[in-house]
Design a protein around this ligand. Structure first.
Ligand code: ADP
Length: 446
């Protein structure tokens, strides 16, 4: 096991990883920008190193500074968290080249899955069902017209290097195709420096269902069931549940068998998430994330497992030590992503938190780096807290969530807590019958 780990991240996820390290008896090194010197992840770490000015490209994405911080402090491994360098194959490779362990999969699997066209091709070969679409990249408008004509409108143009919902455009009919194709390409070029795009059938009422997996370095792979992340705005998740209100235990088992068999053949290691769209009883793969996800706590609550602890253990070479039959699901969990944003316009609201009170009590978990007096900087992602509840049934979890949201006080800045309160009180949400398009309409109607 490692003696010291550097955590190449900030905010709640840096704290989350520190907590796992501390329980394993591992010392932690925090890195931070000049804007974050008062941040909680710095205050609670055993050691900290300033790695640059506020802009992420000069600090949290500054590979030489992070590698130097790790070697100066004698860290044996680096945990990237999510976002920032977590899906940067070159960074993973450089960490290993410097004689340290990257806590995550191999750099070749990161680059395979980072190219969504290659990811779909790999999954197709391994027998995982896909959303119908183009065979690989679509180089020009003429090919796009042929593909769209064949699969039928509406279609979605997606960036091969896509992430965070960017570089994705819908063409509802043939007349929309040219504009959607050109805009998706331009957006992809600007955001990812890569304008390769592909086409998928645009599903009109799917749910987003994803499967959490863990694999050791010795060929064992298990899954921890599904998360339902259908509540999205602009293709970004806002609230997640485990299990899905729409999936039966038999469907979960079947999906789990297909996915783990595929990853076993691939020789995948560490944590990963396979994302699917689910419509009319069918699952179709869209992408795989080769890292810890923001929404991992809902899985932890229903499975009673610490996924970060497992990531660290597996990266150190340990065997899983349990099989699929040992993994059981208890109760229901819901997570709300709370952001420092105006709950109506979604414009960011950085500023000083003057008072702070987090909810508590049975089955309530708050993952956050906020405290009274903290200044939310304008430079980074606006998520400031995750509220997670766990209860025996979905209805109990909803009641607990409502109660916990009522207790949650973040004073001095606006947050999206009021939006979550309205979602929880909505009969359609309560019925569990919603698709990926529901929240967008709900927000528009507020
Ligand atoms: P990103 O990597 O940018 O998050 P994804 O491929 O994971 O992109 O898709 C993000 C979201 O976009 C999905 O969760 C879903 O809501 C929507 N989406 C993606 N593909 C389709 C599709 N073929 N039809 C309808 N919605 C889709």
């Amino acid at each position: 096991m490692f003696g010291k780990i550097l955590i190449a991240n900030r905010g709640e996820i840096a704290l989350r990883i520190q907590r796992a390290c501390r329980e394993l008896g591992i010392a932690t090194v925090a890195v931070h920008s000049t804007a974050d010197s008062e941040a909680m992840h710095v205050r609670l770490a055993d050691e900290s190193v300033c790695i640059g000015p506020p802009a992420a490209k000069d600090s949290y994405l500054n590979i030489p500074a992070i590698l130097s911080a790790a070697s100066i402090t004698g860290a044996e491994a680096i945990h990237p968290g999510y976002g920032f360098l977590s899906e940067n194959a070159r960074f993973a490779e450089m960490v290993e080249d410097h004689g340290m362990t990257f806590i995550g999969p191999s750099s070749s699997h990161i680059s395979m899955m980072g190219d969504k066209i290659a990811a779909k091709e790999a999954m197709r070969t391994l027998g995982v069902p896909l959303v119908p679409g183009s065979d690989g990249a679509v180089p020009d408008l003429q090919t796009a017209e042929q593909v769209a004509g064949k699969i039928g409108y509406p279609v979605l143009i997606k960036a091969a290097a896509g992430g965070g919902g960017r570089g994705m455009k819908v063409a509802r009919q043939a007349a929309d195709l040219e504009e959607a194709f050109q805009t998706a390409r331009a957006e992809a070029r600007a955001a990812f420096g890569n304008d390769a795009v592909y086409i998928e059938k645009y599903l009109d009422r799917p749910r987003h269902i994803e499967l959490q997996v863990l694999a050791d370095n010795h060929g064992d792979v298990v899954h921890f069931g599904e998360r339902d992340c259908s509540l999205q705005r602009r293709h970004q998740k806002l609230l997640e549940e485990a299990g899905s209100p729409a999936i039966s235990p038999e469907e979960r088992d079947r999906l789990g068998e297909t996915a783990t068999a595929a990853l076993r053949k691939l020789g995948y290691r560490n944590a990963g998430t396979l994302e699917f769209l689910y419509q009319d009883g069918q699952f179709a793969f869209i992408e795989m994330n080769t890292r810890l996800q923001v929404e991992h706590p809902v899985t932890e609550m229903v499975c009673g497992i610490d996924l970060v602890r497992e990531q660290i253990r597996l990266a150190s070479g340990a065997h899983l030590g349990y099989g699929q039959r040992d993994i059981t699901f208890t109760g229901h969990a819901i997570e709300c992503r709370i952001t420092a944003e105006d709950p109506r316009t979604f414009s960011p609201t950085p500023g000083r938190v003057t008072a702070y009170h987090a909810p508590g009590g049975l089955g309530v978990r708050v993952d956050s780096a906020l405290y009274a007096g903290y200044f939310v900087p304008p430079y980074y992602d606006s998520m400031v807290a995750k509220l997670i509840v766990h209860a025996p049934t979905r209805q109990d979890a909803i009641n607990r969530l409502r109660r916990a949201l009522d207790e949650f006080a973040v004073v001095g800045i606006q947050t999206t807590i009021p939006l979550h309160q309205r979602i929880v009180d909505d009969p359609q949400f309560q019925s569990g019958e919603y698709t990926i398009h529901w929240l967008e309409n709900f927000v528009a109607g507020l």
